[in-house]
Structures are given as structure tokens and as C-alpha cells.
Design a protein around this ligand. Structure first.
Ligand SMILES: [Zn+2]
Length: 166
């Protein structure tokens, strides 16, 4: 519905937007950005690096996924990564690097997933979960990742595969 005159908005052909037929107000689709991050740390001597994977308390709870979350208004992507990592698993990361992005319609229209890789600053620090959003968080050796990973068409999986080349 039009925010100016309350007429019903119509889709604009060929665009992710709507337009008011009465007053011509142009309403682009709201885009929300979400970040996800593959966090690694050095493994024990002689062993490969380790990758942090988490399990969510809701949704596909058997799946091991990456730390992810929506970007707040006024926040940079990098700040969103650091905030989410701190909130969800209590870790500090550095060496943040952009990996790639993917439009993702599964969590609602207009979501853009932005993937990063990062290193855990304190290699000895264990991830801590609050048990509400996440039920579990663990570092896995890159040569011994669990089988229950995100699907092959998701940027989560591309990030995991790029981190742990098989
Ligand atoms: Zn209008």
C-alpha cells in the first residue's frame, strides 16, 4: 500500500520495486543484508587448521552452519561480522576478508548474503553459545568436518569448501 496516498501498489515490470498507480510514488524493494563468516584457527601441532561450525536451536537443527546474522542500519558489513561473532559465540576475530555474496530468497525476499573469512584471535578461546539462538558451537579440524553441512547451492557451503579444500 502506498505510504503517501494509501492506494494499492502495483509491481513495476522488470524491477524489484512497486509503484503507486495514483500518485506515482516509487517504492524499491527493501534489501536486507546478512553476513556469514567462516572462522578458522590453527590446529594442534602437526594438525590442520580448525573451522568453527554452529548448530541453531531452531530450523534445521541437525545442520552444522556458519555464524551469520543480519546487518543493522548504519553498520558496516565488517562491524556486523564482529558483532555477530561476539554475540553468538563470544569470540574475537581478525584478518576479515571478503569472500563473495549471494541473493537469498529463503529467508524472505530481498536478502543479500555477504560471506567473509576470518581468524579467531585467541586460538585457545573456546566458542561459548547462549543456548537460545545457537545450541552448539565447535571447532572442527579441516580434515574432519561433519557430514551435515549446508546444501551445495548455498554460499555457506562455498565458504566451507573454500576453507577446507577436499
Ligand atoms: Zn500513492
Amino acid at each position: 500500500w502506498c505510504g503517501a496516498c494509501r492506494a494499492e501498489l502495483a509491481d513495476v515490470p522488470g524491477e524489484s520495486a512497486r509503484r503507486c498507480p495514483d500518485c506515482d510514488l516509487y517504492v524499491p524493494m527493501q534489501l536486507s543484508a546478512a553476513v556469514l563468516v567462516a572462522i578458522t584457527r590453527p590446529g594442534p601441532a602437526g594438525r590442520p587448521d580448525e573451522l568453527l561450525l554452529v548448530r541453531h536451536a531452531y530450523g534445521p537443527t541437525g545442520l552444522w552452519a556458519l555464524v551469520a546474522g543480519f546487518v543493522d542500519a548504519g553498520e558496516t558489513l565488517e562491524a556486523a561480522v564482529r558483532r555477530e561473532v561476539g554475540e553468538e559465540v563470544g569470540l574475537t576475530v581478525d584478518g576479515l576478508r571478503y569472500f563473495g555474496s549471494q541473493p537469498w530468497a529463503m529467508s524472505g525476499p530481498g536478502t543479500l548474503l555477504v560471506g567473509f573469512t576470518a581468524r579467531s584471535v585467541d586460538a585457545a578461546a573456546g566458542p561459548v553459545v547462549d543456548g537460545k539462538e545457537l545450541s552448539e558451537a565447535r571447532f572442527f579440524p579441516l580434515d574432519a568436518l561433519p557430514a551435515e553441512l549446508p546444501p551445495a547451492y548455498s554460499i555457506s557451503r562455498w565458504l566451507i569448501d573454500a576453507t577446507a579444500p577436499v
